[in-house]
Write a protein that binds this ligand. Structure first.
Ligand code: CTP
Ligand code: MG
Length: 229
């Protein structure tokens, strides 16, 4: 089976509060999304990369023109939905003619520019021959509290065995399509697979692969990106 990347990049970045969608923010000299596309395009194990873009996007065209290294390696799909879940489902539908049911799809947030080829290869290697698939994730380091309605601590949740999900999340095309179609509303692919009664494998990711969400995340992302570029 081949490995394909699918990048949902159709969000508006409301929490970032910038004047344009956060995936186009310059980070260490390059727009956030271009870090992600360059990383996938430079990873030999990835056969092709598909990117879900908003239908009214006015930024990506110019960026692609200036990126000859992505020619033939990346396809833009102008089918962004109202939620990440919908964008991924629309993307799966749009790429159906070029992918087989048994091929792997690595779904990765455009908002995680710290991903490296090494992490992609680590995930692919860990899931080779896996019956279900899985995702990058990190063991939780904080002490966790569950609160009541008055924001008082109801209980301390033992963090042993708790992991924070990252992306890429890697599943076979057919299974992913089935899971996401049946799921009502999920914030990641693994949740949809879990609803089918399956157990995705957790593969250790990296702190540098965190999701850039709030304004203060930008400085940290640049530190990681400058370290390795
Ligand atoms: N995404 C998408 N389509 C949507 C919403 C999100 O493709 N309708 C993508 C984002 O572009 C991002 C990834 O899903 O790459 C993770 O979402 P998130 O970090 O929440 O990004 P935004 O939704 O853009 O940010 P916010 O929730 O703050 O508005
Ligand atoms: Mg969002």
């Amino acid at each position: 089976p081949r490995h394909f990347a699918l990048i949902p990049a159709a969000g508006i970045g409301a929490r970032m509060g910038a004047e344009f969608p956060k995936q186009y923010m310059p980070l260490a000299g390059k727009p956030m999304l271009m870090h992600v596309l360059d990383t996938f395009a430079a990873t030999a194990a990835i056969a092709h990369t598909f990117v879900v873009i908003s239908a009214d996007d006015s930024y990506i065209g110019e960026l692609m023109t200036a990126a000859p290294q992505l020619q033939g390696r990346v396809t833009l799909l102008y089918c962004g939905g109202a939620s990440r879940h919908e964008s991924v489902l629309n993307g799966l539908h749009a790429m159906r003619d070029q992918v087989g049911d048994d091929d792997w799809v690595l779904v990765h947030d455009a908002a995680r520019p710290g991903l490296t080829s090494g992490l992609i290869e680590h995930l692919i290697e860990a899931l080779r021959d896996d019956a279900v698939g899985g995702l990058l994730a990190l063991p939780v380091v904080d002490t966790l509290k569950r609160c009541d309605q008055n924001q008082r601590v109801a209980e301390t949740v033992p963090r042993t065995a708790l992991w924070a999900a990252q992306t890429p999340q890697m599943f076979r095309y057919g299974l992913l399509q089935t899971g996401l179609t049946r799921a009502e509303s999920v914030t990641d692919e693994a949740s949809a697979i879990e609803m089918l009664g399956l157990q995705p494998r957790l593969v250790e990711g990296s702190p540098r692969n965190f999701k850039v969400t709030l304004p203060h995340d930008v400085a940290l992302a640049e530190i990681f990106l400058k370290d390795y570029s």
